[in-house]
Design a protein around this ligand. Structure first.
Ligand code: HEC
Ligand code: HEC
Ligand code: HEC
Ligand code: HEC
Ligand code: HEC
Ligand code: HEC
Ligand code: HEC
Ligand code: HEC
Ligand code: HEC
Ligand code: HEC
Ligand code: HEC
Ligand code: HEC
Length: 259
């Protein structure tokens, strides 16, 4: 009797399983994921950024194996290729892990420049328009992480010992380094490493030019040559100036001025 009842219950259970198939199992819900994928749930909740706050696991993973064969989403499902130039590039996951999308390892990808310029057009354009030895470098040689950069001295010696990183930027812009511009406040000692003669001559000079800085006369742009008359007008009488149009015929040298 007992054996019969058990057998009957068993048959009914089998029958239910047979007729309804696997779908009898409750569908996997979001709270279930942690039971089997605790590391990923932890990764997404602590480092997922907007992929944690704006969407859930199941917005991306619409299906689950073994029944679902399409468990992995394409990025373009939500970041439509037509929306931004940045979404049209290939191999998104070489930079972005979908579970921690802003932890980008720029060292991981071979060529980043085409991707960087999808958002930073200015810097890309500068490097192209002002050809320099930097134009041939990829962005990630200086920007190892997004938003970070190497100081110039990681690759170069300063012109004089006193210079620190910010001084470099006073004269050079990293994406157009050969265009040297500077403010009038730049100390003359920054020029002296490369122009020892002019510096020594001016230092030894006893006239009032001795007290002027290099940048006071050579204003703004490297290699700019000032005219004496810009500051002094024509101080002597007209005859003298027309006879000797070149001030340096008498005054010899702006740095080694003779009175
Ligand atoms: C009962 C355990 C279990 C639960 C609960 C579970 N998974 Fe899985 N999941 C697995 C196993 C096991 C695999 C590996 C299956 C395979 O490779 O065939 C897997 C694989 C996956 C894959 C990879 C699929 C592929 O094609 O590589 C994704 C994505 C996934 N699960 C997402 C989820 C999400 C999202 C949830 C919560 C909604 C979830 N899983 C809940 C056990 C589970
Ligand atoms: C923005 C979409 C997105 C979200 C949100 C997301 N995933 Fe994924 N997940 C992916 C993609 C894409 C892959 C394939 C990764 C690969 O190819 O390496 C993946 C892979 C997986 C895998 C299988 C590969 C592995 O790394 O083990 C599992 C399991 C998984 N996800 C679980 C989850 C869980 C659990 C959540 C929620 C806590 C989640 N995912 C949230 C997009 C997402
Ligand atoms: C189910 C939709 C969906 C999928 C699939 C998806 N994303 Fe997203 N993603 C979003 C949403 C929603 C946001 C937040 C709003 C926005 O930026 O559009 C977002 C934001 C991001 C962010 C910025 C994150 C932050 O915290 O600021 C990155 C990076 C990103 N996604 C990359 C990817 C990559 C790479 C893939 C493919 C591996 C992918 N996404 C797949 C929906 C998705
Ligand atoms: C070479 C690396 C690289 C590749 C490849 C890459 N990205 Fe990005 N992505 C970035 C960087 C860097 C950011 C800026 C992150 C930040 O602002 O912190 C970013 C930001 C994003 C953002 C958030 C900002 C926004 O404009 O919406 C989304 C979404 C995104 N990427 C999606 C994608 C998708 C989709 C792909 C593939 C089609 C992709 N990325 C390929 C490096 C990359
Ligand atoms: C999806 C768009 C996007 C991509 C791709 C991207 N960036 Fe950015 N980047 C941004 C945004 C947004 C900021 C923040 C700008 C701000 O704070 O003014 C930023 C900031 C920066 C900064 C710091 C700016 C500052 O003032 O501190 C640097 C450096 C930078 N990005 C370099 C890169 C490099 C190199 C790449 C290529 C590997 C890249 N970016 C790819 C969007 C992007
Ligand atoms: C990752 C290494 C690296 C960093 C960081 C770097 N440079 Fe360079 N730079 C180079 C290389 C390589 C050259 C080619 C010549 C050489 O080998 O010195 C170069 C050349 C130059 C040149 C000569 C350009 C030409 O075309 O004649 C200037 C000027 C310059 N760098 C200034 C700077 C300044 C200023 C900084 C900081 C804002 C800086 N560099 C940061 C690698 C770097
Ligand atoms: C030779 C090194 C070097 C290379 C190559 C380089 N950068 Fe930079 N970049 C820097 C330095 C240094 C700064 C910081 C300048 C500052 O603090 O004013 C910077 C700043 C930036 C900034 C912040 C905005 C700004 O102008 O201050 C962005 C964005 C940027 N770089 C993008 C790029 C992109 C995109 C590429 C490739 C196309 C690139 N960089 C190549 C060194 C470099
Ligand atoms: C007072 C302005 C000034 C400052 C500050 C400055 N530079 Fe220069 N730098 C120049 C000039 C001018 C040149 C030469 C340009 C030429 O040859 O036409 C130059 C050339 C270079 C070159 C090309 C190689 C060479 O030596 O001729 C590199 C590399 C360089 N600078 C790196 C740096 C670094 C790194 C710093 C910060 C430590 C720095 N510079 C600070 C003005 C400056
Ligand atoms: C890194 C070395 C370097 C630094 C720093 C530097 N210069 Fe020069 N400068 C040069 C070189 C190289 C030349 C070209 C020399 C030549 O053509 O014979 C030059 C040329 C000049 C010329 C002459 C242009 C011409 O037409 O003959 C002037 C003026 C000048 N520099 C002023 C300055 C001033 C002012 C500073 C400081 C603000 C400065 N330099 C900093 C390397 C440098
Ligand atoms: C950027 C401005 C500037 C330029 C360019 C300039 N000077 Fe001067 N010079 C001065 C200043 C400032 C003094 C100090 C006296 C004054 O305020 O007039 C001075 C003084 C002098 C004096 C008098 C020196 C003394 O000790 O009494 C002579 C002579 C002179 N300059 C000649 C020249 C000649 C020649 C040139 C061209 C080779 C020249 N200067 C270029 C600004 C300049
Ligand atoms: C009073 C203005 C004045 C001051 C201060 C000054 N210079 Fe000059 N410099 C000139 C003028 C004017 C010339 C053009 C001389 C000529 O036509 O032969 C010149 C020429 C130069 C040249 C080109 C080569 C040469 O000697 O003719 C260099 C390099 C130079 N100056 C560097 C410097 C440096 C470095 C300093 C600071 C130590 C400096 N100058 C300070 C006015 C000045
Ligand atoms: C024929 C030679 C000669 C020529 C050319 C000449 N100077 Fe002079 N300059 C002198 C002599 C000599 C003095 C000193 C006499 C004095 O103290 O009155 C002098 C003095 C000056 C002084 C100082 C004036 C003062 O009041 O202390 C300035 C400034 C000056 N010259 C600028 C110039 C300029 C600018 C030019 C070119 C436009 C020029 N000089 C051309 C011979 C000359």
């Amino acid at each position: 009797m007992e054996r019969f009842t058990l057998a009957l219950i068993g048959s009914i259970a089998l029958l239910i399983c047979f007729t309804t198939g696997v779908s009898a199992a409750p569908p996997i819900v979001i709270d279930d994921c942690i039971k089997c994928h605790d590391q990923i749930v932890d990764q997404v909740s602590t480092r997922g950024g907007l992929h944690a706050s704006e969407i859930t696991c199941q917005d991306c993973h619409l299906e689950h194996p073994p029944k679902g064969t399409n468990a992995i989403p394409a990025c373009s499902m939500c970041h439509a290729v037509d929306d931004k130039a940045h979404y049209a590039i290939e191999n998104c996951q070489s930079c972005h892990n979908p579970h921690s999308p802003l932890e980008i390892d720029l060292g991981n990808t071979e060529v980043v420049k085409p991707v960087c310029v999808t958002c930073h057009d200015n810097e890309g354009t500068q490097l192209v328009e002002y050809q320099s030895m930097h134009s041939g470098l990829d962005c990630n040689e200086c920007h190892l992480e997004h938003g970070q950069f190497l100081a110039c001295m990681e690759c170069h010696e300063p012109h004089t010992e006193e210079m620190v990183y910010n001084d470099c930027l006073t004269c050079h812009k990293p994406h157009m380094p050969t265009v040297v511009k500077y403010p009038e406040t730049i100390p003359s000692s920054f020029c002296s490493g490369c122009h020892t003669t002019e510096t020594e001559v001016l230092m030894a000079n006893k006239t009032l030019h001795h007290d002027l800085t290099c940048a006071y006369c050579h204003k703004t742009q490297h290699k700019m040559i000032p005219q004496c008359t810009t500051c002094h007008g024509a101080p002597h009488d007209r005859d003298l100036h027309s006879k000797f149009p070149n001030c340096l015929d008498c005054h010899i040298d702006p740095h080694g001025l003779e009175k």
